[in-house]
Design a protein around this ligand. Structure first.
Ligand code: ARG
Length: 506
């Protein structure tokens, strides 16, 4: 027998024959409401984090299965029951198993089920480890998408005191989706939303009391991981097809928080039966842990390997990989980037090259130049050899003309220390240059002095951090903006950015 919480399945776009389980046919329920139920079409640009789960290969309307929520460039949240094979209609169908990721797409960045937006393949499905099909406990699943979405994202409610207050009873939350506009009615091709008041645990628990069933299906409210929302008089609710979609509240500062995902209810919009949602404060840390490596698998291996490739120029050894994976289990994901960015390997490459650019040309490196010299350094070319190339370059000649040895020494002192050389310094370098050391030797040594490193430390850190993660150098404005934030925040901002996701699966 099919379960009451059956995922929506539209057999034909025209008829919209929903595979609504038999359990729902309760006699004595009020006539169906019209409208998500009781809501309105979402204004353009609103609730942009609302996504849909579509069966791969099917049309967007006939394949529409569930709602979903965009949490980041690579991660989408939905309901656990939305990734279960209830309908026996997948190629490798085993009733009740989790669906293979290759049978699902996520539709994002559109308010229309039928046009626009991005249809993205699901790369991996992570159901909550405590999801219980029989009780609907922890009815959530994370999806990692194969290409980054450009949709708006919504922050999951946090666990601090002020965050926890955001889903207090009495708060009006917004649920959005393309689900049916009445119980057993048609889906909506335009995104709809409706405001629903969050009810107290006592109220939810007396509606969906222990042992309450509907045609043999358990409909119990479990306050530890559920919340319910909707007016006790009925009329406004989520409905079939909204499952997995967002229940969102606006914080006092007007930013939005995801407090729940659509899970179940008795019918839709019936008096005394508010919709039941997963309470996301119960899963905040599972969500955070699972999605912490952005576009990479939560096991951390690909994430760690990527950082070694970007900052060290090679794969990690098995022991380096194991050490970091272990460290990152209980520490911030940014740690490995913080450490490798500051390592002598990266400082002696991207840092060294950046200082050469500034000392030779009084400018920051451009992306293609830095990329070229970073690869040269990894290829075994030494700093002095690179510096010799800089002092002999056409840019150097164009900027300063052909310099005598004496004028060269003055120029480098000016560029690096903003002063003329003292007489001892001048004699020392002129003699060395006359005895045949290359000009690059002097450029490298002065640009590598502790005085110059101190002076350039902040810009070099910002440039080499951004280049390390995005393979692009920051603009002047981006450098200024980065000066105002901590290195940890800078790293987290870059590694969760659209550009970063685009590097690997754009
Ligand atoms: N289980 C339904 C689905 O798969 C969602 C039911 C929500 N019901 C409600 N009354 N709020 O789409």
């Amino acid at each position: 027998m099919r379960r009451r919480i059956l995922t929506l399945f539209v057999a034909s776009a025209a008829v919209a024959a929903l595979a609504v389980p038999a359990a729902a046919q309760d006699a004595g329920s009020p006539p169906p409401q019209t409208q998500i139920v009781g809501g309105s079409i979402a204004p353009a640009g609103s609730y942009g984090w609302t996504a849909a789960l579509i069966r791969r290969g099917a049309s967007r309307t006939s394949g529409f299965r569930c709602g979903a929520v965009v949490l980041s460039r690579s991660w989408v949240l939905t309901a656990g029951h939305c990734v279960l094979d209830y309908d026996d209609d997948y190629p490798d169908s085993v009733y009740g198993n989790y669906v293979a990721p290759s049978f699902l797409d996520v539709l994002t960045s559109t308010q229309s089920l039928s046009s626009g937006g991005q249809r993205l393949q699901v790369a991996a499905i992570y159901p909550h480890p405590s999801y219980n099909i029989a009780t609907s406990d922890y009815d959530v699943a994370l999806l990692r998408i194969a290409r980054p979405t450009s949709a708006a994202e919504i922050a999951v409610i946090g666990t601090s005191g002020s965050e926890k207050a955001l889903d207090d009873p009495g708060t009006t939350a917004i649920v959005s989706g393309w689900g049916t506009t009445s119980y057993r009615g048609p889906i909506s091709t335009s995104l709809r939303y409706v405001g629903v008041p969050i009810q107290s645990d006592a109220t939810c628990g007396s509606s969906y009391y222990p042992g309450f069933t509907d045609n043999g299906e358990l409909l119990e409210y479990h306050a530890s991981n559920m919340l319910c929302a909707g007016p006790m008089g009925g009329g406004r609710d989520s409905c079939q097809g909204d499952s997995g979609g967002p229940l969102a509240v606006q914080a006092p500062d007007t930013s939005w928080r995801l407090v729940g995902t659509v899970s179940f209810g008795l019918g839709c919009a019936q008096p005394n039966y508010p919709g039941v949602y997963q309470r996301l404060t119960a899963t905040t840390s599972w969500i955070g842990n699972t999605r912490r490596f952005g576009p990479f698998n939560p096991d951390g291996l690909a994430y760690v390997a990527r950082q070694y490739l970007d900052f060290v120029g090679r794969n990690p050894t098995p022991s380096e990989a194991a050490t970091w994976i272990n460290h990152l289990r209980s520490n911030p994901a940014a740690d490995i980037i913080t450490s490798l960015q500051a390592s002598s390997a990266w400082d002696g490459n991207a840092g060294m090259n950046t200082r050469l650019y500034r000392a030779a040309f009084l400018r920051n490196p451009d992306t293609s130049g830095l990329d070229f010299w970073v690869r040269q350094r990894w290829g075994g070319r030494g700093p002095v050899s690179i510096a010799n190339h800089f002092t002999a370059s056409s840019e150097f000649k164009a900027k300063y003309g052909s310099l005598s040895t004496n004028d060269f020494v003055t120029r480098i002192y000016q560029n690096v220390f903003n002063r003329d050389p003292d007489s001892g310094g001048r004699t020392y370098w002129v003699n060395k240059l006359n005895r045949g050391i290359g000009r690059g030797q002097m450029l490298y040594e002065l640009s590598n002095s502790s005085e110059y490193r101190r002076k350039t430390d902040t810009s070099v850190r910002i440039i080499t951090t951004r280049f390390g993660l995005l393979r692009t150098v920051p603009s002047a404005g981006e450098i200024t903006a980065s000066e105002a934030i901590s290195q940890r925040t800078l790293i987290d901002t870059l590694r969760t950015s659209q550009r970063y996701a685009n590097r690997f699966n754009g």
